[in-house]
Design a protein around this ligand. Structure first.
Ligand code: F0G
Length: 351
């Protein structure tokens, strides 16, 4: 009997920890790499989904947070702070509980999904809703961490990137080599930075024979990297990636250019179409921002940018239960029936 031990124990030799580092873990990582049948048929490729919603707090942030909180604890920090569109804060709050630390959270007022707010609350973090967007929250969090005794655990913290790079290790370990293409949603651009670092490290050590092309997708209303300029008032239904001035902008450009990939945008309509396809045809329920990767792959395929026969991994970054409004909206209201088998059978179309 063996269970996955969490990314620090599983990849200890590739992470900045020592024998005395106090590991703070919820046994994150080890997430499913699921073959995507319908997406494979549509693209003529072998498409896999890296289902990061299966992490302890429901998103990929746990990979980075186990490292960031572990190192904060090692440094003697008593409190951590983050700006968030909802997932980073959920993760920071949970790992702070494990570490016995206070967690302060800054979120854009009215712009985070209810499930994520519930997580920050139930884990007992100190939440402030900021009258501004994510970029304002991050500026505020940076300034507080510079002037008060509180450690910043956003992805500008290099330990976050170290933890998140382990997703690439898991993919190569599962497939036996790197994929040809890796597709990701892009918000603050930490994750594309981390995946690229992970792939490069495995290739440098000969564990993978090559690195994939990195394809990133932003939401059209929040696509500063695509536009080449800061978006002052970002908008999109995918609130997780509603970001106008990504902190890891330059690293995202490096990942794109070094890998021979690209960063493009997808509309909210394309995101919602991919969101519904993932749930109804692949059986994988993700939050809207996560569907940006798949929306992007489908857009690229329609544009003829996807040669058949390639191995492609799409990361779906967060669990659909975090933001179920989009699953319920526009769906027909379920029919109410009496406690009667004949009526139920008839309504179900069985009789
Ligand atoms: N998908 C989800 C579900 C996210 O929560 C995020 C980022 C991203 C994609 C984009 O990743 O920022 O590394 O490019 N969420 C951050 C947060 C901003 O505060 O939870 P990125």
């Amino acid at each position: 009997t063996h269970q996955w031990r969490g990314i620090i124990e599983e990849y200890r030799d590739r992470l900045p920890v020592t024998d005395t580092t106090p590991v703070v873990s919820l046994r994150e990582g080890g997430t499913p790499l699921v073959p995507a049948q319908v997406l494979s048929e549509r693209t003529g490729c072998e498409v896999h989904l890296k289902v990061e919603g299966a992490n302890p707090t429901g998103s990929f942030k746990d990979r980075g947070m186990t490292m960031a909180i572990t190192k904060a604890k090692e440094d003697g920090a008593k409190a951590v702070i983050c700006a968030s569109t909802g997932n980073t804060s959920a993760s920071a709050a949970a790992y702070a509980v494990r570490a016995g630390m206070v967690c302060a959270v800054l979120v854009p007022q009215g712009k985070i999904a209810l499930g994520k707010m519930g997580q920050a609350l139930v884990y007992g973090s100190k939440i402030l809703q900021v009258d501004g967007n994510f970029d304002d929250c991050l500026n505020l969090a940076r300034s507080l961490s510079e002037n008060y005794p509180v450690a910043l655990v956003n992805s500008v913290n290099p330990y976050r990137i170290e933890g998140q790079k382990t997703a690439s290790f898991e993919i190569v370990d599962a497939l036996g080599d790197a994929p040809d293409i890796h597709v990701l949603p892009v918000g603050n651009a930490g994750n594309i930075t981390a995946y690229w670092k992970g792939y490069k490290e495995y290739a440098a050590d000969g564990i993978a024979t090559h690195t994939p092309r990195m394809w990133g997708f932003q939401a059209s209303g929040s696509a500063p990297i695509v536009r080449g300029e800061v978006v002052k008032d970002p908008s999109t239904i995918a609130t997780a990636i509603r970001i106008g001035n990504p902190a890891s902008w330059d690293f995202a450009l490096a990942a794109r250019d070094e890998s021979g990939g690209f960063i493009d945008e997808v509309t909210d309509r394309e995101i919602l179409r991919a969101y519904k396809l993932l749930a109804s045809q692949e059986g994988v329920f993700v939050e809207p921002a996560s569907a940006a990767s798949v929306a992007g792959l489908l857009k690229a395929a329609e544009q003829g940018k996807v040669d058949p026969g390639q191995k492609i991994v799409c990361t779906v970054t967060g669990n659909g239960l975090k933001d179920p409004d989009w699953a319920v909206a526009g769906a027909p209201q379920p029919v109410t029936v009496p406690v009667d088998a004949a009526t139920a059978a008839q309504r179900l179309g069985l009789a």
